[in-house]
Design a protein around this ligand. Structure first.
Ligand SMILES: [Zn+2]
Length: 102
């Protein structure tokens, strides 16, 4: 699984190995990670999701085109991190809560 995206252990920040993965849907994949620090030993599951289209496919699958948003979403999403960057407050908005982007 060397082609899986690199991830660090959320607990000890050591590099982690992707041990296996499985496709849940054409847009969603689960990846099983294992911490490389034997004294930590943490194992966990991460999800990898196709989140938006940047350039449309020349072989578009209509079912995917319906569910995968276009890059028109970028302006609203790119405004969300601003309060986090200048803030430093402890009421950090969730990445998945659109109401937090004001
Ligand atoms: Zn660890």
């Amino acid at each position: 699984m060397s082609r899986a995206p690199a991830m660090k252990c959320p607990h000890c920040r050591a590099n982690a190995w992707a041990r296996t993965s499985r496709e849940l849907s054409p847009l969603l994949r689960e990846i099983y990670y294992q911490c490389s620090d034997v004294e930590c030993g943490h194992t966990w599951v991460a999800t990898l999701e196709a989140s938006r289209t940047l350039s449309p496919s020349a072989k578009a699958n209509p079912a995917i085109s319906k569910t995968l948003p276009s890059s028109q979403w970028i302006p609203t999403l790119s405004t969300a991190p601003k309060p986090v960057l200048k803030g430093g407050t402890d009421d950090q908005p969730s990445l998945f809560d659109e109401s937090a982007s004001r």
